[in-house]
Ligand binder design. Structure first.
Ligand SMILES: Cc1cc2nc3c(=O)[nH]c(=O)nc-3n(C[C@H](O)[C@H](O)[C@H](O)COP(=O)(O)OP(=O)(O)OC[C@H]3O[C@@H](n4cnc5c(N)ncnc54)[C@H](O)[C@@H]3O)c2cc1C
Length: 433
C-alpha cells in the first residue's frame, strides 16, 4: 500500500471541503440572514442574505479547523491502521504537528472573518472565544521550537493532552451558535460527524488507551554502560514476548524511574532472540545516565511494536544503509535479517572508537557476505556524501537512513538530485515532537 504523504494529505482534506460546500450551497434553498452583525475586520452588516462572503468564508475556515483537529486526534490513537496509512508513527506525528499549525492559521482566519450576531446573546459566543484563545496558546506551546527546548517532554505531553478539552469547547461553540453549516446537510453531517469522532478519539487516548492496550512485562537482565553516554539494556520477558519485525521500535516504561513516562526506543536485537535489547543515548533528563538510574531485576513495561523502517517496504535487493550515531540501532537488528539483499552499511560517527558495535557488525558481515560494513569517522573523513556510498546504479538502489536531521537532509537533497524517487528513500525519525 502506498503511504499517504503530506503533499497528498493536505490537498485531500482541503478538497473534500470544497466539494461538500459547493454541493450544499448549490442546492441551498434556505433563508439564513445576518440580522445585525459584524466581523473583527470588516465591520457592521445588516440584513445580509446567507450568501455573503464573510459568512461562507468564515464558516469554511471553521469547518476545516474542526476536521483537521479531528484527524489529528485520530492520529494520536496510535492505531495500527492509522500508522499503516501514513507509513510509520514518526511520519504520522510530523503531519499531526504540521496540521496543528495549519489549523491555527485557519482558526485565526475564522475568528477575523466570520460575522458575529450583535442582537441575541448566546453562551456559545464567549465559549468560542475562550476555545479560540486556549487552542492558540495550546498549539504555540506544542509547536514553537523555543518551548520544545524549554519544556521537558513529559511536562509538554500533559499540556498537549489538554488540547482535547479546548476542542470540546470549540465543538460546543459550533453547536450553540447560529450558523450556515447547521443548515447544509452534507457539510453538517461531515463536520459534526468528524468532530464527534475527534472527541471520541481524544477521550479514548486520554482515558481508555491504557486500559485497552495492555503492556508486556519484562525484567531487566543486563545493563551495560558503553561509554559516550550510551547504555545497552537487555530485557527478558516475564510471560508473553513482544512480536516485532527487525527495524521496529516500542515504547518503554521503567517504573523505577517513572510509572507514567513512556519513551520510544528501537529494538536493536533481532526478533529471533527471546530477550529484547535496546541501546540508548543520553540526550535529556530521562535518558542521561540511564545506566546509573536502572538496576538489574527491575521491571520494564513494553508497548509495541511500531514503525515501518523494515525490509518489508522495498523490493530492491541493492540497498545502502546510512546510520548517524545512535541511528545505528535499527540496523543492528536489520543486519541479521539480510538474505538476498546486497547491502552496504555506513555507520557515521565522530571518531572510530565511538562505533561501539563495530565488532558485532563485523561478525554479522563475516557470516553473511551480502553485508559490507563501513565505519565513517567524520573527524578524519569529513561528513559523508552520496558519492562516498558505492552506488553503481541509483535507479536500482533503495536507501535506508537513520540519524541526525542534518545528515538526513543533506543525503535527501543529493539523492533527489541524482533522480532517486522518494519511494526508494526510507528514513526513521528519532523524534515525534
Ligand atoms: C521512533 C523512535 C525510535 C527511537 N529509538 C531510539 C534508540 O534506539 N536509541 C536512542 O537512544 N534514542 C532513540 N529515540 C530517541 C529517544 O526516544 C529520545 O532521545 C528520548 O525519549 C529522549 O528523552 P529525554 O527525556 O531523555 O530527553 P528530552 O530532552 O526530554 O527529549 C528530547 C526529545 O526526545 C523526544 N522525546 C522525549 N521523550 C519522549 C517520549 N516520551 N515519547 C516520544 N518522544 C520523546 C522529543 O522529541 C524530545 O524533544 C527514538 C525516538 C523515536 C521517535
Amino acid at each position: 500500500m502506498k503511504n499517504l504523504k503530506q503533499e497528498i494529505y493536505f490537498p485531500i482534506i482541503i478538497g473534500i471541503h470544497f466539494i461538500f460546500w459547493a454541493i450544499d450551497l448549490y442546492f441551498y434553498k434556505g433563508s439564513f440572514m445576518e440580522v445585525h452583525s459584524d466581523t473583527m475586520f470588516f465591520g457592521e452588516m445588516k440584513e445580509t442574505s446567507w450568501n455573503n462572503n464573510h459568512r461562507i468564508l468564515g464558516e469554511v475556515f471553521s469547518s476545516w479547523v474542526v476536521t483537521v483537529f479531528a484527524f489529528n486526534f485520530l492520529m494520536a490513537t496510535r492505531a495500527k491502521w492509522v500508522e499503516r496509512i501514513f507509513g510509520g508513527l514518526d511520519k504520522m506525528y510530523l503531519i499531526h504537528r504540521r496540521s496543528g499549525v495549519i489549523a491555527v492559521v485557519l482558526l485565526l482566519a475564522h475568528f477575523f472573518i466570520v460575522p458575529r450576531d450583535l442582537v441575541a446573546f448566546n453562551p456559545g459566543k464567549p465559549l468560542g472565544f475562550y476555545a479560540f484563545a486556549l487552542i492558540l496558546v495550546g498549539v504555540i506551546l506544542s509547536a514553537a521550537p523555543i518551548f520544545k527546548r524549554k519544556i521537558p517532554y513529559h511536562k509538554w505531553i500533559n499540556i498537549h493532552k489538554l488540547m482535547g478539552v479546548f476542542y470540546v469547547m470549540a465543538v460546543m461553540h459550533g453547536l450553540m451558535v447560529n450558523s450556515l453549516i447547521k443548515e447544509l446537510p452534507i457539510t453538517r453531517i461531515y463536520v459534526f460527524g468528524m468532530s464527534f469522532l475527534g472527541i471520541g478519539a481524544w477521550a479514548y487516548r486520554a482515558f481508555f488507551y491504557n486500559l485497552v492496550n495492555k503492556k508486556l512485562t519484562y525484567t531487566i537482565s543486563s545493563i551495560k554502560d558503553l561509554g559516550n553516554q550510551i547504555t545497552e539494556i537487555i530485557l527478558a520477558p516475564e510471560n508473553t514476548s513482544l512480536q516485532f519485525s527487525a527495524g521496529q521500535f516500542a515504547f518503554f516504561t521503567f517504573p523505577s524511574i517513572s510509572k507514567k513516562e513512556q519513551h520510544p526506543f528501537t529494538i536493536s536485537s533481532h526478533p529471533n532472540k527471546k530477550n529484547l535489547r535496546i541501546t540508548v543515548k543520553g540526550l535529556g533528563d530521562y535518558t542521561d545516565n540511564l545506566a546509573q538510574k536502572l538496576e538489574v531485576g527491575q521491571t520494564a513495561k513494553v508497548e509495541g511494536a511500531f514503525g515501518h523502517f523494515t525490509l518489508d517496504h522495498t523490493q530492491k535487493e541493492r540497498q545502502i544503509w546510512v546510520a548517524g550515531g545512535i541511528g545505528i540501532t535499527p540496523f543492528l537488528s536489520l543486519a541479521k535479517q539480510i538474505k538476498d539483499q546486497k547491502v552496504d552499511l555506513f555507520w557515521c560517527v565522530n571518531k572510530a572508537e565511538e562505533a561501539v558495535y563495530s565488532a558485532e557488525l563485523e561478525k554479522v558481515s563475516r557470516n553473511n557476505p551480502n553485508l559490507n560494513v563501513h565505519i565513517w569517522a567524520s573527524s578524519t573523513q569529513g561528513y559523508i556524501k552520496v558519492d562516498n556510498l558505492n552506488v553503481d546504479d541509483f535507479s536500482k538502489t533503495a536507501f535506508f537512513i537513520c540519524g541526525p536531521a542534518a545528515l538526513k537532509q543533506s543525503l535527501f537533497k543529493s539523492l533527489k538530485s541524482k533522480g532517486v524517487s522518494m519511494a526508494d528513500i526510507h528514513d526513521e525519525e528519532f523524534a515525534f515532537r
